[in-house]
Design a binder for this molecule. Structure first.
Ligand code: IMP
Ligand code: MG
Length: 184
């Protein structure tokens, strides 16, 4: 069974050129801000991976990466349940490290609220957030976001790491899904 994305897309929201131009800017800014600091990029799986690997190539200072996987999502209704669980923890302690969380999208904010609270108890030297996409209209809890790729409207998007029911993460652009459609 194959899934053709053309069937599920309402519109292309952000194309490849805009994504790469913005990620280049973010990489330059982060390189400047973290100059001579011991930067650890902490990617939230799975949605953050494509953004992470592009961002890494635009960060010109030495840095390390680690990965955290959480589950918070109610597939049926396409929104966060608010109940977040760590599915895969970090490989190493982060005490004293300069942490930059790399996330695909902030929607209600529940996921990052949980993650930042959890990580803060581990004593990092600093803890900041970089998200590719941000849906400000949907916010239910306040989150201080340090780097934002794009503010987007309240629409369900896919591609560039983001999935619709686990599909379409591989697409190199951000598309808006046709409302009401289920990919199975
Ligand atoms: P939050 O806890 O509501 O902020 O949700 C954050 C998580 O929900 C993100 O890390 C995504 O995995 C997922 N998510 C939120 N909005 C979208 C979307 O439009 N497309 C795909 N995934 C989304
Ligand atoms: Mg995510």
């Amino acid at each position: 069974m194959t899934f053709a994305w053309e069937k599920y897309i309402q519109e292309k929201l952000i194309d490849e050129d805009r994504l790469s131009a913005r990620i280049q800017e973010l990489g330059a800014q982060i390189s400047k801000d973290y100059q001579d600091r011991d930067l650890l990029l902490l990617c939230i799986l799975k949605g953050g991976v494509m953004f992470l690997t592009d961002l890494m190539r635009q960060i010109t200072i030495p840095h390390e990466v680690d990965f955290l996987a959480v589950s918070s999502y109610d597939k049926g209704v396409r929104r966060s349940t608010g109940v977040v669980r760590i599915v895969k923890d970090l490989d190493k302690p982060i005490a004293g490290r300069e942490i930059l969380i790399v996330e695909d999208i902030i929607d209600s904010g529940h996921t990052l609220h949980y993650i930042t609270r959890n990580l803060a108890t581990r004593g990092p030297a600093s803890l900041r957030i970089c998200t590719l996409l941000n849906k400000p209209e949907r916010r239910e809890v306040d989150i201080a976001v340090d780097y934002i790729g794009f503010d987007i409207p309240d629409k369900f998007v896919f591609g560039f790491g983001l999935d619709v029911d686990e599909k379409f993460r591989e697409l190199p652009f951000i598309g808006v899904v046709k409302p009401g459609i289920v990919v199975e």
